[in-house]
Design a protein around this ligand. Structure first.
Ligand SMILES: [Zn+2]
Ligand SMILES: [Zn+2]
Ligand SMILES: [Zn+2]
Ligand SMILES: [Zn+2]
Length: 398
């Protein structure tokens, strides 16, 4: 192998060559890396030598030679001394280095990776980052004269480089200008948005003023309206302020009242002009044998205006419908009869309190499962969380 000035070599194989033959009984090679032992350690299990670094690499594993589970080794200082004292050639002998010395001095002679050192044949990196590996003796010449990336002192070359740099500088300037322009456009957009926002705020303020003015103008009308709504509703009924059968009422908040049962009654109504006063209780959670499965509907007698002129106990049949909310057909209807077999407490005249303590009706008025949308029959009783009822008729029998 030869290499002249400026020559390059990308790689070379390191190997140690001894000046004198090594006695065959001397163990100088590691059983793991097969190289000359470095910090030789003697195993307790099988009496072989490993380098310290090789030993660390197989730590907590069985011995690579005898497979003993408990690999232990100690530094063999005697062997280390012997190996270090062996006479060797420089590893660049083939390139022409005449150096010989003890193994322990070899690395001092070579100073691998350092610019300064004794051995002129060590390969080093060019300082100009051209990527080439140059022998120490030619490194300076390569970097100053032959390296393609060397700094130049030729005026023409310098002028050419300045030109190139100036061109690069110009293009960078252009990029900066472009970026500045883009940034300016963004700023303009933001400014416009700010203006828009301001005018929106003004609009809102104007609207507020207008609303306030309107509210003030309309105040008398609103007060009148409010009074109308707060006037007792019964007064607005044409028949002397009484609700009469047929009478419709809405049971709302079905879901909430199911999970939170409460005593719920519709507003009172009269069965006829000068008739009986009644109300209806809806129990969406189900009462008695309908508990949990049915909606229960019970009718209650109340203390009424005309009770003195009426027959007691109450005898009659009250018909109540749960309305189909999809069309005016297929309403669910149940009739409750107050007759001679009806327990007396449901039929008697109410005197002490406003409403009878007990109601008479249907615990199984309708199964909860029937409330939902039936697309075939076009029936839906529960809609928008509401049930709608109608007291259709009360047929008196006396
Ligand atoms: Zn080794
Ligand atoms: Zn072993
Ligand atoms: Zn050398
Ligand atoms: Zn170079």
């Amino acid at each position: 192998m030869s290499s002249g000035e400026g020559g390059t070599e990308s790689e070379y194989v390191e190997s140690i060559e001894f000046v004198n033959p090594v006695p065959p009984e001397l163990e100088i090679y590691c059983s793991i890396c097969l190289d000359v032992l470095n910090e030789p350690h003697l195993t307790q299990c099988c009496g072989h030598h490993f380098c310290l670094s090789c030993l660390n690499a197989v730590k907590r594993k069985p011995c690579p030679l005898c497979k003993d589970q408990h690999l232990k080794a100690v530094l063999n200082k005697g062997l280390k001394r012997t190996i270090n004292g062996l006479k060797v050639y420089c590893m660049h002998k083939s390139r022409g280095c005449p150096w010989t010395g003890e193994l322990k001095d070899l690395s001092g002679h070579m100073q691998a990776d350092k610019r300064e050192g004794e051995c002129p044949y060590v390969l080093l990196k060019c300082i100009n980052d051209c990527g080439e590996m140059i022998q120490r003796l030619s490194l300076q010449n390569h970097e100053d004269v032959t390296c393609p990336k060397r700094p130049s002192s030729n005026p023409l070359e310098i002028a050419r480089r300045v030109q190139a740099l100036e061109a690069e500088n110009e293009s960078l300037k252009a990029t900066v200008t472009q970026l500045k322009r883009a940034n300016m456009t963004n700023e303009q957009i933001i400014a416009q948005l700010k203006l828009d926002l301001k005018s929106c705020t003004v609009d809102i303020a104007i609207l507020k003023q207008q609303m306030l003015a309107m509210a003030q103008d309309d105040l008398p009308r609103l007060v009148t309206l409010n009074n109308q709504f707060t006037t007792p509703v019964e007064e607005s009924f044409p028949t002397g302020g009484k609700r009469l059968v047929p009478y419709d009422f809405v049971f709302d908040n079905y879901a909430r009242r199911c999970s939170n049962p409460e005593l719920w009654f519709c507003s009172p109504f009269y069965t006829h002009p000068n008739g009986y006063k009644m109300c209806v209780r809806i129990a969406p959670q189900g009462l008695g044998n309908g508990e949990g499965t049915h909606v229960s509907v019970h009718s209650y007698l109340m203390k009424g205006e005309h009770d003195d002129m009426l027959m007691w106990p109450f005898r009659g049949a009250i018909t109540i419908q749960l309305l189909n909310q999809l069309k005016d057909e297929c309403h669910h209807e149940q009739m409750t009869d107050f007759n001679d077999r009806t327990p007396e407490q449901y039929c008697r005249r109410v005197t002490q309190v406003d409403r009878a303590g007990q109601g008479w009706g249907k615990s199984l008025f309708i199964a909860k499962s029937e409330l939902h949308h039936d697309p075939i029959r076009q029936v839906q009783y529960l809609k928008d969380d509401c049930l709608k009822f109608r007291v259709v008729s009360v047929a008196l029998r006396n």
